[in-house]
Design a protein around this ligand. Structure first.
Ligand code: GDP
Length: 363
């Protein structure tokens, strides 16, 4: 457009007319089409340690779409013989305990020893709120720059059981891709810890000192699952309080029944932020693995876990199938009303719905 200043009558400085601005979308740029891979391609890429193929395979595992699941299951099945050769370590602690800071340091330590590490997560908040406790901040900044680390946030959709199964399947893929250390992180009030505990070899509980209640609302059940309890933030003027907390935890652990592995859980202090005592924590984990591999508990536990996951998967698929039948959902709604109005007992209502479901799937 011509500026009024450029008219011949204008006496001041003249201004050149501007050029048209470029369109914000490049019309010549083609959308990149990502070629679809066959199950064989996925397996080949994973076994070569190709991170982008691994990432795409995990996306398939996490997908709710039926046709993705068919491919995912085939890929998992084919990767299974190459899996199992890793240390699977569960890590939990309340928000703010320092999980991401610590995993950053633990991860660098593991990589420094020549290992490769996959960090997976189970976020129990995704089930209810579709939000996330674990994933909405920049986490593990140092580790995310390491090529030996594969970091994957929690699968976001579905029930806790479904999310946990997907993480368990992702472990298989990561192991086949050569990750010899798997961290599974969670934060929760019990249920998600149980899920993580059922897929790892070692369960690490991160605690804090000096918040008054030393057990910090962590359920006794979670402490009973722990193979190691570590008090984080043992730095500066917090060292004494951390040592005191460690002593209190040791005392509390004396009251617990012996663990099924025969291993006595250890309590240590460290500082994730300042990188103090990380090697001590890792020595403990090494000792644990030496102990359980020698005693045979390692293999026994893995076998039990495999059986558990088979049953869990049956359970989850049955539920999914049941609740995804529209006619069942409709009948369930009617029966709910009847039960609420005291027109039918819970048990006969449940039996009616189940009978209807069984007759439906028998057709
Ligand atoms: P998460 O919610 O459990 O993942 O906890 P973060 O790793 O995000 O840590 C929560 C806060 O505690 C952050 O501000 C960290 O900088 C701080 N923090 C973590 N580890 C330490 C530590 O070892 N010492 C101190 N002083 N602060 C820490």
């Amino acid at each position: 457009m011509d500026h009024p200043e450029n008219s011949n009558e204008y006496k001041g400085l003249q201004v050149n007319s501007g050029v048209n601005s470029a369109p914000s979308v490049n019309p010549y740029r083609r959308r990149r089409v990502i070629p679809t891979l066959s199950p064989g391609d996925y397996v080949e890429g994973i076994l070569k340690g190709d991170v982008s193929v691994l990432g795409r395979a995990v996306t398939l595992v996490e997908s709710m779409a039926e046709h993705h699941q068919v491919i995912a299951q085939e890929v998992i099945e084919k990767c299974l013989p190459y899996s199992g050769r890793s240390r699977r370590i569960g890590i939990t602690g309340v928000p703010g305990a320092g999980k991401s800071t610590s995993i950053d340091e633990f991860g660098l330590h593991v990589i420094g020893r020549g290992g490769k590490l996959a960090v997976l997560a189970i976020d129990p908040s995704s089930e209810r709120s579709k939000g996330s406790i674990l994933g909405d901040k920049t986490r593990m900044e140092k580790l995310s720059q390491q090529k030996e680390a594969f970091i994957r946030p929690s699968p976001s959709a579905g029930s806790l059981g479904g999310v946990a199964r997907k993480t368990r399947e992702t472990i298989v893929l990561c192991e086949a891709a050569g990750y010899d250390n798997i961290f599974v992180e969670t934060v929760g009030v019990g249920q998600s810890e149980t899920a993580v505990h059922s897929m790892v070899d070692f369960f690490l509980l991160i605690q804090l000192a000096g918040t008054g209640d030393e057990l910090q609302g962590i359920k006794r059940g979670i402490m009973e699952m722990a193979d190691g309890i570590v008090i984080n933030k043992a730095d500066g003027d917090n060292i004494d309080r951390a040592n005191l907390a460690a002593a209190q935890f040791r005392n509390a652990l004396h009251l617990f029944p012996p663990t099924p592995s025969g291993w006595t859980p250890e309590v240590l202090t460290y500082s994730g932020y300042f990188g103090l005592g990380i090697d001590k924590v890792w020595d403990m984990i090494d000792r644990y693995f030496d102990y359980v591999i020698q005693s045979g508990y390692f293999t026994r536990k893995r076998n039990e876990q495999a059986k558990y996951w088979m049953l869990e998967t049956i359970d989850e698929q049955l539920r999914h199938n049941f609740y995804s039948q529209p006619q069942v959902a409709k009948l369930l709604e009617q029966k709910e009303l009847r039960v609420l109005n005291n027109e039918q007992s819970s048990f006969t209502a449940a039996r009616d719905v189940l009978d209807f479901y069984f007759s439906l799937i028998a057709r």
